[in-house]
Write a protein that binds this ligand. Sequence first.
Ligand code: MN
Length: 231
Amino acid sequence: MLYLFEPTPVVSVPVVGHAEHYPVHRIYCVGRNYEEHAKEMGFTGREPPFFFMKPADSLVVVNAGETGHMPYPSLTQNLHHEIELVVAIGKGGKNIQAADALSHIYGYAVGLDMTRRDLQNEMKKQGRPWCIGKAFDHSAPIGPITPAAQAGDVANAEIFVQVNGQDRQRSNVSQLIWNISETIEHLSAAWELQPGDLIYTGTPAGVGAVVSGDTMLGAIAGLGELLVQVA
Ligand code: MN
């Protein structure tokens, strides 16, 4: 095949204990999936899960033990951190039932769904798509993927993020409104999932702003740490 110009390289994420990287297909994200976060955003109750996407090349891939760098994005005065459990799909499918969902998971990672909150809020107000608030360049920092068998009890794992050493968000994955299996059931009813699909599963309460120079330390028990500096 001849191309007019060099195709965009495949984006991939390192895998704990493996030389092979995980090649990324799509990034799905779940909105308002922890009750306390839904409340802080002005909502209540268990609404059906809803989804948005980020481009695969919005990932900021951070190796274990390293500090990633994300540039402070354009057009915003209110860049928010959202610490999230990321599910890495290993076996695709559509209309996956919750009871079968775990068999479709390759592994898990710590991720940050970085958000230009002012732009997202403006789009919400106008009933417009969230793309400019959510799907910008470098908006999806992620640490290495831990294969499911080595990840421990992810469904009951503590999740937190600190900014410059101060706690901002601290919760437990057990507080998800729609758990991992239910999320996969809903998502795969709308799209056929593929190996390489990442799912950012939503963020707990405590979202807030970061500024240039801040360092975010995110972690999920069993999945290690994600260290990212806003440049
Ligand atoms: Mn989020």
